[in-house]
Design a protein around this ligand. Structure first.
Ligand code: ASP
Length: 492
C-alpha cells in the first residue's frame, strides 16, 4: 500500500467508503419502528419512528388520540422541521435518545459509527492546526530577513497579495452563488435568504471580527483555538521580532523554523492516514444520505474548478499582461515545471525551490524580487486556497441550511477567507484545516467538512497550482514596480 501514491490511496478509500455506504443506504437505509410499550411515557399510546436517508419522522399518539410530529428534514421544506439530528438533540433530548436507540436504520447506525471514527482523523488535523499556524506565520515573516526590507517592496507585495486574494474570493463567491452546488437535487427550497437567519448588522459583525484580531490574552486565544486572534498575534510577533532584530531575532528564527519542521512532519504523518479517514467519512456521508451527496459533490467540484479556472486563466493573466507587462502565455510556459510540481505535490512549500529557479532562470525576473516575493507568497498568498475555502463554506452553508447564506454572512466569509488563506501553510490539505475559522465565523458545524473531504485531494492539487501561479504572477508586478531592477523583457 505504501508504494501507491497518496492521492490514489485516498481515491481508493473514497470509492470503497462510498460504495459500501451506498449499498447500505439502498439496502438498509429505511426503517419503520416503534418505541417498546414499557418505554412509553405516561399518557402516550404509541411512538413511531420512520427513518429514511433524507428524512426522519417521529410520531407520537397520546391516549386521547392527539398526534404530535417531529420531523428532521435538512431541505427545510417543512415549516417546523429540524435542519439536522443535532438540532433535534438540542431541542428534544429524550426524543433524540429514543430515536437513536429504537428508530435508527442500520445504515444510519453504521454511518454514525463511521462518523466517530472519521472524526478521529479530523481531530488530529485540528490538533496540529494552531501550532502550525503560529510557526508557519512567524517563520514566513521572519523570512523577510531584515526589518529594512519592510519598505516599498513589502507594501507592494502585500497589496498585490491582498488584492488578488480578494479578487479570487469574489470569483469564488460569484460562482458558488450562480451555480449553487448545495442546492441541486431535492434540496432546493423556496424561502432562501429569509428571516430564518439573522442577517445581522454588518458593521457590528465586522467590528466583532476586528476585536477578535486583538486578543486580550493571546494564550487564552491559543488555548481556545481562536484562529483570527492567533493569526494577528503571530503576524505582529513576527514583524516585531524583525524590528527588534539582533540577538532576539537570531534566537527566535531557528526556534520557530525547527518547530515548523517538526509540525510539518507531524501533519504529513497525519495525512498518511487520510485514506482511512476518507473511507469512514465517505461511508458516513453516503450511508446516511444516499446518492444525494454525490449529485451535490459533482456540482461542488464543478464550482471550485470553474472559479479556479476563471482566476488562473483570465484574471491573473490580465494582471501579468497589463501590470507586469509580460506575455502571459510565455510566462506560464516558463513557469510550467513549477506549476506541474505544485499540481502533483499539492504543496506550495515543496514547490518553492523550483518556483524560485523558474522565475529567475526561465522567466527573467530578478533574484531580488523572486527571493523576496516567492517565500512570502508560498506562506501567505493563497488565491486558489481562498477560492476553495469560500466556495466550500458557502456550499456547506447551502447544504446545512437548505438555502443560500445571506449577504452579510457571505461578507464575513470573504473577510475570514482572506485571513484563513493567509494563515494556511503551504502543505497538502492545510486549506481544509484552516477552513474551520470560516465555518466557525458563520456558525456552521465543522463535522460537515467530512462531506467535502472525499474530493479534497483533487481540489488541493488544482488550488496549489493556482497558489503558485499567483505567486509567480506577483513577481512580474513587483518587478515592474521596482523599475530600477532588471528590465521587464519577455524571455522564452
Ligand atoms: N496545499 C495548498 C498549498 O500548499 C494549501 C491548501 O491546502 O490549500 O498551497
Amino acid at each position: 500500500m505504501t508504494s501507491i501514491p497518496l492521492h490514489w490511496q485516498i481515491l481508493a478509500g473514497m470509492l470503497l467508503g462510498a460504495i459500501a455506504g451506498l449499498m447500505l443506504s439502498a439496502s438498509v437505509g429505511q426503517r419503520r419502528s416503534s418505541l417498546p410499550e414499557d418505554r412509553l411515557p405516561a399518557g402516550v399510546r404509541a411512538v413511531e419512528f420512520f427513518d429514511s436517508t433524507n428524512r426522519i419522522e417521529i410520531r407520537q399518539v397520546a391516549q386521547d388520540g392527539t398526534v404530535r410530529h417531529w420531523v428532521v428534514d435538512p431541505s427545510g421544506r417543512q415549516p417546523h422541521s429540524f435542519a439536522s439530528l443535532e438540532s433535534l438533540r438540542q431541542a428534544e433530548p429524550q426524543r433524540f435518545q429514543d430515536f437513536q436507540r429504537y428508530g435508527r436504520s442500520w445504515a444510519r447506525w453504521v454511518g454514525d459509527g463511521s462518523r466517530r471514527l472519521g472524526g478521529l482523523f479530523l481531530r488530529m488535523l485540528q490538533m496540529v492546526a494552531v501550532p502550525l499556524i503560529v510557526t508557519s506565520l512567524v517563520t514566513g515573516v521572519l523570512g523577510l530577513d531584515r526589518a529594512e526590507q519592510l519598505g516599498r517592496m513589502f507594501l507592494g507585495t502585500l497589496a498585490y497579495f491582498i488584492a488578488t486574494t480578494l479578487l479570487a474570493i469574489l470569483v469564488g463567491l460569484l460562482m458558488v452563488n450562480l451555480i449553487r452546488p448545495g442546492m441541486h437535487g431535492s434540496q432546493q427550497t423556496a424561502f432562501e435568504g429569509e428571516a430564518t437567519m439573522i442577517a445581522g448588522n454588518l458593521a457590528e459583525i465586522l467590528l466583532t471580527q476586528l476585536e477578535a484580531m486583538i486578543p486580550i490574552n493571546p494564550f487564552a486565544a491559543l488555548a481556545e483555538g481562536h484562529f483570527l486572534s492567533i493569526i494577528s498575534f503571530s503576524l505582529l510577533f513576527g514583524i516585531f521580532t524583525l524590528l527588534v532584530g539582533g540577538r532576539p531575532a537570531e534566537v527566535l528564527r531557528p526556534l520557530f523554523e525547527a518547530a515548523l519542521a517538526v509540525l510539518m512532519s507531524m501533519t504529513m504523518a497525519i495525512i498518511r492516514i487520510c485514506p482511512a479517514g476518507v473511507l469512514f467519512l465517505m461511508l458516513y456521508a453516503t450511508a446516511t444520505q444516499g446518492w444525494e451527496v454525490f449529485r451535490s459533490l459533482a456540482w461542488y467540484m464543478t464550482t471550485v474548478l470553474a472559479a479556479l479556472g476563471v482566476h488562473a486563466l483570465v484574471i491573473l493573466p490580465m494582471i501579468v499582461w497589463f501590470i507586469g507587462r509580460k506575455h502571459p502565455g510565455r510566462f506560464a510556459r516558463a513557469m510550467s515545471p513549477a506549476l506541474l510540481t505544485a499540481f502533483s505535490s499539492a504543496s506550495s512549500n515543496s514547490t518553492l525551490p523550483l518556483t524560485l529557479s523558474n522565475v529567475q532562470q526561465r522567466a527573467g525576473i530578478s533574484h531580488r524580487v523572486g527571493s523576496f516575493v516567492l517565500p512570502l507568497g508560498a506562506t501567505i498568498n493563497m488565491d486558489g486556497t481562498a477560492i476553495y475555502q469560500a466556495v466550500a463554506v458557502v456550499y456547506i452553508g447551502q447544504l446545512h441550511h437548505g438555502f443560500n447564506l445571506p449577504l452579510a454572512q457571505q461578507i464575513i466569509v470573504m473577510f475570514t477567507a482572506l485571513l484563513a488563506s493567509i494563515g494556511t501553510a503551504g502543505i497538502p490539505h492545510a486549506g481544509l484545516v484552516m477552513m474551520v475559522i470560516i465555518l466557525q465565523s458563520v456558525g456552521l458545524p465543522i463535522e460537515m467538512q467530512g462531506i467535502i473531504l472525499a474530493v479534497d485531494r483533487v481540489l488541493d492539487m488544482c488550488r496549489t497550482g493556482v497558489n503558485v501561479w499567483s505567486d509567480a504572477c506577483g513577481c512580474t508586478v513587483i518587478e515592474r514596480l521596482q523599475s530600477t531592477s532588471l528590465p521587464s523583457t519577455v524571455q522564452p
